[in-house]
Design a protein around this ligand. Structure first.
Ligand SMILES: Cc1cc2nc3c(=O)[nH]c(=O)nc-3n(C[C@H](O)[C@H](O)[C@H](O)COP(=O)(O)OP(=O)(O)OC[C@H]3O[C@@H](n4cnc5c(N)ncnc54)[C@H](O)[C@@H]3O)c2cc1C
Length: 412
């Protein structure tokens, strides 16, 4: 049983895992490239799966106090304002007992809650350490310095992890950079007529998409916030910059006139961050004294809103496997086996769904608006859609043939 663990990356996955392992009495050192661990990235949706992991850590109420409960996801087509996506968490077969099935969360909120709990739990942090490689339980940083040996290294350093990239290549896999990404900005919550309980999106074809997600508050201020998204190909970013803000704002207002006020809070291009998406899945997220979790193990487009939740599930599964199996290799094999099917299903769904929302052609958005939109109104479809976005289409910690240990996360 590993007494010392090096975790690479202080994102939500790395922090949650470090905390769980510290609670098990292990000595845990998180290695982070920044001078100080800090939140990075857009506001996001915590699904029932992610909330279940926070329940297990006893942290749900602290995140709930900052986040914004969400009841549905709503998509409209810009031209005729027809509703083409309407997912309600109330349609879940087993909604959560507290009635909060999903939360919009600012990154700083989940970061602060997990980071404070890590510090209180005795997790150590080594900052300013950009890790380039891991072998035999040792980490080598970008300056070529190799540190002491740990019983186990866990790579939680995100989608562009060099450790996971090496493992992927060794396993014959490949990462695909996706053509589409998004610009995002944190803005004050705009209030009416926007829906405080839902993610709202407006589409024109699949080449234009605007999203507004209420994300609650940062830990240091009571002001309610939202994350604003605009679909963009990274390759078109320079053109977008040259075209100027006014032209872009006019286009956004043309698609969704109600956002005019919100656009006033985005003064210049610097207020919008460009997110690039890639897709990869490690065939086997473990190796000798190494486990890979979160985006490092499986990255994809965030269209289905699962990434943080998948990382938290990885963390819980790995921590439980280490707790219940004295032999390290066996524990790593159990982690890989339990997460295998759920990760593959959601990676496949993300890959399959994304072109309906982000693509150049007209065919897929037409199918989305005219076929899928109608199918989604059938009674059985509502439950499947709710289960899909909730991350419970398949029990996340129960592959085919596994024991039924996790009643909270039952598939529909
Ligand atoms: C625009 C956008 C919207 C999204 N919306 C959602 C959503 O609604 N719901 C959802 O669940 N997910 C969403 N995601 C996906 C989500 O952001 C990721 O899945 C999640 O952040 C992965 O967490 P992680 O801890 O595995 O990795 P990360 O959050 O990427 O954290 C990695 C950490 O490792 C550190 N690090 C990186 N490289 C090194 C290195 N070499 N050495 C040391 N440290 C290193 C980083 O600084 C960081 O602290 C969205 C993503 C984007 C871009």
């Amino acid at each position: 049983m590993p007494g010392t663990v090096a975790v690479v990356g202080a994102g939500p996955t790395g922090l949650a895992l470090a905390l769980m392992l510290a609670h098990q009495g292990r000595r845990v050192v998180v290695h982070e490239r920044f001078d100080e661990p800090r939140p990075i990235g857009a506001g996001f949706m915590l699904q029932p799966t992610g909330l279940h992991v926070l329940d297990r850590l006893g942290l749900t109420n602290r995140v709930k106090a900052l986040g914004q409960p969400l009841e549905h996801i709503f998509g409209r087509e810009a031209r005729r304002r027809r509703v083409v996506l309407d997912v309600s968490y109330a349609d879940l077969k087993s909604p959560r007992p507290d009635g909060v099935n999903a939360l919009g969360v600012h990154r700083a909120a989940i970061f602060q809650v997990l980071y404070d709990a890590c510090l209180a739990g005795g997790v150590a942090f080594e900052t300013n350490r950009e890790i380039a490689a891991a072998a035999d339980g040792r980490l080598t940083d970008a300056n070529g310095l190799t540190g002491p040996a740990f019983d186990l290294v866990v790579d939680a350093s995100g989608a562009r992890s060099p450790i996971a990239r090496d493992l992927l290549v060794r396993q014959g896999g490949r990462r695909h950079e996706l053509a589409w990404g998004a610009l995002w900005a944190t803005v004050p919550w705009p209030g009416d007529p926007f829906d405080a309980m839902g993610l709202e999106q407006v589409y024109r074809g699949a080449s234009r998409m605007i999203g507004i997600l209420p994300v609650g508050a940062r830990p240091d201020s009571p002001d309610r916030l939202a994350t604003f998204f605009w679909s963009l190909k990274p390759a078109d970013h320079d053109y977008w910059l040259r075209a100027g803000m006014e032209r872009w704002k006019a286009e956004v207002r043309g698609l969704w006139p109600e956002v005019a006020g919100l656009l006033e809070t985005i003064p210049d291009p610097g207020a919008l961050t460009l997110a690039r998406y890639g897709h990869h899945t490690l065939p086997l997220p473990v190796a000798d004294r190494l486990a890979v979790v979160g985006d490092a193990a499986h990255s994809t487009s965030p269209q289905l809103g699962q990434g943080v939740n998948m990382g938290l599930l990885d963390a819980l599964t790995l921590a439980e496997a280490l707790d219940t199996h004295a032999d390290l290799d066996e524990a790593l094999a159990v982690y890989a086996r339990i997460r295998r099917w759920h990760v593959r299903l959601y990676q496949g769904l993300s890959m399959g769904f994304t072109p309906f929302y982000q693509a150049d052609g007209q065919a897929l958005p037409w199918v989305r608006d005219h076929v899928l939109g109608r199918l989604a109104r059938l009674p059985f479809a509502a439950r499947i859609l709710a289960a899909t976005v909730s991350g419970v289409l398949l029990d996340p910690r129960q592959g085919p043939g596994e024991r039924d240990d996790y009643p909270v996360l039952k598939a529909p």
